[in-house]
Ligand binder design. Structure first.
Ligand SMILES: Nc1ncnc2c1ncn2[C@@H]1O[C@H](COP(=O)(O)OP(=O)(O)OP(=O)(O)O)[C@@H](O)[C@H]1O
Ligand SMILES: [Mg+2]
Length: 83
């Protein structure tokens, strides 16, 4: 799994270079997505977390997916949800 995800990150890295985006840092982590996002946000003293409302899974009739729901409720910094 890790090597598949690493390939995906590498392809994003190529896009970042191609578009000359500044101050982009990518992290590959394992475990519960919401937990990892919130831990990392605290660690780097994140001022604003931006997430999509839904991912690719789940019940589409719900407004928020489980990750965006958990982060919105438990993060200790402001959260912006993009629909
Ligand atoms: N593994 C992940 N890594 C990084 N961000 C994630 C991850 N999973 C979800 N997110 C973030 O949370 C947003 C909402 O995704 P979420 O997983 O909550 O919805 P879903 O996939 O539709 O529902 P569920 O996962 O509960 O079936 C995504 O747009 C993305 O910003
Ligand atoms: Mg999901």
């Amino acid at each position: 799994m890790r090597s598949i995800w690493q390939q995906i990150l590498d392809s994003y890295e190529a896009k970042v270079k191609e578009r000359r985006l500044q101050n982009v840092r990518m992290l590959l982590q394992m475990g519960d997505a919401a937990q990892r996002i919130m831990e990392t946000a605290s660690k780097i003293k994140c001022e604003l977390l931006i997430l999509g409302s839904r991912g690719r899974g789940g019940f589409k009739e719900l407004l928020l997916g489980s990750v965006s729901h958990k982060v919105t409720n438990h993060a200790d910094c402001p959260v912006l949800i993009a629909k």
